[in-house]
Design a protein around this ligand. Sequence first.
Ligand SMILES: Nc1ncnc2c1ncn2[C@@H]1O[C@H](COP(=O)(O)OP(=O)(O)OP(=O)(O)O)[C@@H](O)[C@H]1O
Length: 372
Amino acid sequence: MNFLKRFFSKQPRIPRVNIKQRFELIGRVGQGSMSKVWRARDYNTGKIVALKVLHKEKTEELEARFVGLDKPKEGEIAVQFHHPNIVKTFEHGITTENEQFLVMEFIEGYSLSYLVEAQNEDMRTNCLKYMIQLGEAIHYFHQENWIHRDICPRNIMVDNEHQLKLIDFGLVVPNTAAFLQPGNRTGTAAYMAPELIKRQKTSQKIDIFSYSVTCYEMLTKRLPWEAAETLDAVLQHINTPPENIQKLLPDLNPQVAEAIMKGLELYPQDRWQTMEAMLEPLKQAYKTNRQQLRDSKSKPSAKMQTAGPKTAAVPPMKKTADDQTALQAKRPPHAKKKIKKNDAQDAPLKKESPSKKKPTPKPKRKNPDENP
Ligand SMILES: Nc1ncnc2c1ncn2[C@@H]1O[C@H](COP(=O)(O)OP(=O)(O)OP(=O)(O)O)[C@@H](O)[C@H]1O
């Protein structure tokens, strides 16, 4: 049947690529739940690339959720993005084994999951900058009329130049009426917007919600709710308000705190209406803090006169960053993450991102799939 469909299809035949002939597979990197990713050398160009080969059955399973909607393939979507905070995809195609593959720029760096967990100097220094970069990537996405549907630290990397890059487009859908209809819960449970969990109509505001959860986690190393092991638990936690981030981080710049809390609103109409609008206070906070930092550097006696900006103290950190003053003076006492990030039961298996230095265990899938 599939053969007949393909035979009569008007789509141009895509030439099959023999991966082993075309690429030198230098080593596996990371661990995707939907794919295998290699650091590879492209024999055609001599360049080092990231080669992502999608798992055939899991991809078919995912595509079946969008049956009749003609969802574009991950590679078709990915090659369209041209943004400094989105990984560059050079090429996509089908292997001789009939798997979809993508050829991307290879990012030397870390998974944001690792940085969230490590809360190292890079993270403390650049956290607000990374939040803004991620917001810019999502804003671009939305302007181009897509919904990402899976914003979470696992799908984000930070390169060695401190540039954040969104890397995974497996669940991206067009922002068109057909794809906004209630029903399909695909995504990562702990980051899913309430309307998605409740199988209501969706919009680009589901990304604003996931983005806000991600920012919350970047700052506090924990999620805004108590542990959510299953989708049922997530259903319960969306009925309780998220813990106010300002309570955990009293010295956090209030503009940043309010922006995040508004992004976590239960009802989409109460959230930021656009990513651009949410970015405004974050950028403002960044600017203010740069200015405060400049002022405090240029006036050595200022320290004696005032205690400095309320949000400036970050005692254990090096005081060189432009944006560190926007962040917290101290981490919350219960910063250790208690929450395992699990998949929606009807989503493709999603797990914590591994990182170069700190591989994380695969979460267990607790229940069988629900119908989308
Ligand atoms: N361009 C890249 N450069 C370097 N490493 C990459 C790149 N793309 C992906 N990786 C690595 O491969 C891992 C898996 O990639 P990706 O998230 O795209 O796969 P996936 O199968 O869709 O994952 P999941 O569905 O579990 O989120 C990443 O966490 C990262 O470690």
